[in-house]
Write a protein that binds this ligand. Structure first.
Ligand code: BES
Ligand code: MN
Ligand code: ZN
Length: 486
């Protein structure tokens, strides 16, 4: 899909050539600058009560009189913000995406200011509204015919809009990559598949990609990661991909993504209901690959290292058992009290491996705990960090990317529950505050660099009728990484 800006005044919109015109309306009245035929159509719809000036409302007009575009949508936004613009554009695109329109023009009906954030949001809205998963369902409805989207803006807005479109395009492609990986079932998206995706990105963007197998991980002493992988016939992969956009001497940003391609729970087997959704347990890894793609596309002057420990968590005669004690790469021993708390077991060795890059900052992303879903639901990802500066940067990135996260506590007191009589730590604490205990476990492996952890168990995918990957938190991570340019 091609996204461009087009300079056009509101009073010239009646003559605009496109297959569909989506106009976002804010405020309480019809803008006086709007071209007369459009203003008349809008006023009439309001007068008839077919449309009200309320966020979320919209109306589709077919061949309205005096307007060149054969399809016009008015979509209401509650405010002139990028967030409200995104919701209105998504709503508007919903009307026309399946009508055969190729070229859609999008803009404000009034003279509200379009910023780079608006442009980025518009791209996200269109991509989200038109994404279809087809890989294992070729009979799915065909992808939308929309091939070109132009954002209507004024001349002074054009530069910012263009930048926003470029960023939106890169992030959108990253989100789509993450969704494509995560939506694939566990028999398609295996650890080897994730490694192939990383290698493919490497070829496309001239990145250094290294894939370690079991033997290499054994050499490194990753006893914790290996213990999770040992129950599965599917070979593990430890993926390391680097984007070098700055001098070698510059400390890199490191992203670590949980890549459990299927989580049965292991010997601590999960109940059957909704277990299929545990194919999404590599959502962290997918988002790291998506972010890598977005960053490689945007070419910021910084270094980025992506680390993905990937395996299945399966029960078998070889599987790790409750009570088993394993030695992590850090040298610390772990008593595995619950084999279903496997995410932290694979991440801890990746976090130790990250030390060799002398990182400026490390962020890990994981569908780590059901407790995080209980705490925050499906809107905010959980953010854990002891570093106030990183917390502020992550929250700012989440706002900029319209990809919300919420800071959770990480006080020493929560570490209490991880005590074990047989190892340096247990892999679980009590039920209460489970998302925090998991973060406290990870924290024990991150002493050598500034660190943050994102628990995306509630946000990486949707359940129910709209079941599928969201591609989150690619927007948040990309904004965070871009903001690290010195
Ligand atoms: N992948 C799950 C977390 C999860 C569960 C994400 C449900 C989304 C929905 C993780 O590996 C897990 O099983 N965590 C356990 C930890 C517990 C055993 C301490 C959990 O949350 O139940
Ligand atoms: Mn689990
Ligand atoms: Zn898991």
């Amino acid at each position: 899909m091609d996204f461009r800006h087009q300079i056009s005044a509101p009073d010239s919109l009646a003559g605009l050539s496109c297959d569909a015109l989506v106009l976002v309306v804010t405020g309480a009245a019809v803008a006086p600058t709007l071209a007369a035929p459009l203003a008349a159509a809008l006023s009439d719809a309001l007068a008839q009560g077919d449309l009200t000036l309320k966020a979320g409302k919209s109306i589709y007009l077919h061949r309205p009189v005096g307007i060149r575009a054969p399809r016009v949508v008015f979509a209401m936004a509650g405010a002139a913000t990028a967030k409200a613009f995104k919701a209105a554009v998504a709503n508007g695109i919903g009307h026309v995406k399946d009508l055969g329109a190729k070229h859609v023009a999008v803009g404000y009906a009034g003279t509200e200011l379009l910023t780079d954030a608006h442009a980025e949001a518009a791209v996200a809205a269109v991509r989200e509204a038109t994404y279809v998963y087809r890989h294992t369902k070729p009979s799915a409805p065909a992808a939308s015919t929309i091939s070109k989207v132009t954002l209507l803006c004024s001349k002074p807005e054009a530069k910012a809009v263009q930048q926003g479109l470029a960023r939106g395009h890169a992030i959108g492609a990253g989100v789509t990559l993450a969704r494509e990986c995560a939506n694939r079932p566990g028999n398609h998206c295996t650890p080897s598949y994730l490694a192939e995706q990383a290698k493919k990105l490497g070829k496309e963007y001239a990145l250094k990609v290294e894939v370690l197998d079991r033997k290499a991980c054994e050499k490194l002493g990753m006893g914790s990661f290996l213990s999770v992988a040992q129950g599965s016939e599917e070979p593990l992969r430890f993926i390391v991909a680097r984007y070098d956009g700055a001098a070698k001497s510059q400390a890199p940003v490191v992203l670590v993504g949980k890549g459990i391609t299927f989580d049965t729970g292991g010997i601590s087997l999960k109940p059957g209901a909704e277990m299929d959704e545990m194919k999404f347990d590599m959502g962290g890894a997918a988002s790291v690959l998506g972010t890598l793609r977005a960053v490689a596309e945007l070419k910021p002057r910084l270094n980025l290292v992506c680390i993905i420990p990937s395996c299945e968590n399966m029960p078998s005669g070889n599987a790790v058992k409750p009570g088993d004690v394993v030695k992590s790469m850090s040298g610390q021993t772990i008593e595995i009290l619950n084999t279903d708390a496997e995410g932290r077991l694979i991440l801890c060795d990746a976090l130790t491996y990250a030390e060799r890059f002398k990182p400026a900052v490390v962020v890990d992303v994981a569908t780590l705990t059901g407790a995080c879903v209980v705490a925050l639901g499906n809107h905010h990802s959980g953010l854990f960090t002891a570093d106030d500066k990183i917390a502020a940067q992550m929250l700012a990135a989440s706002q900029a990317g319209l990809d919300p996260c919420w800071r959770m506590p990480l006080d020493e007191e929560y570490d209490e529950g991880l005590k074990s009589n047989f190892a340096d730590m247990a892999n679980i604490g009590g039920r209460a505050g489970g998302a925090i205990t998991a973060a406290m476990f990870l924290r024990r492996f991150t002493g050598k660099y500034p660190w943050a952890h994102l628990d995306v168990a509630g946000t990486a995918w949707k359940s129910g009728a709209a079941k599928g990957s969201t591609g989150r938190p690619v927007p948040l991570l990309t904004h965070f990484v871009l903001a690290q340019v010195g």
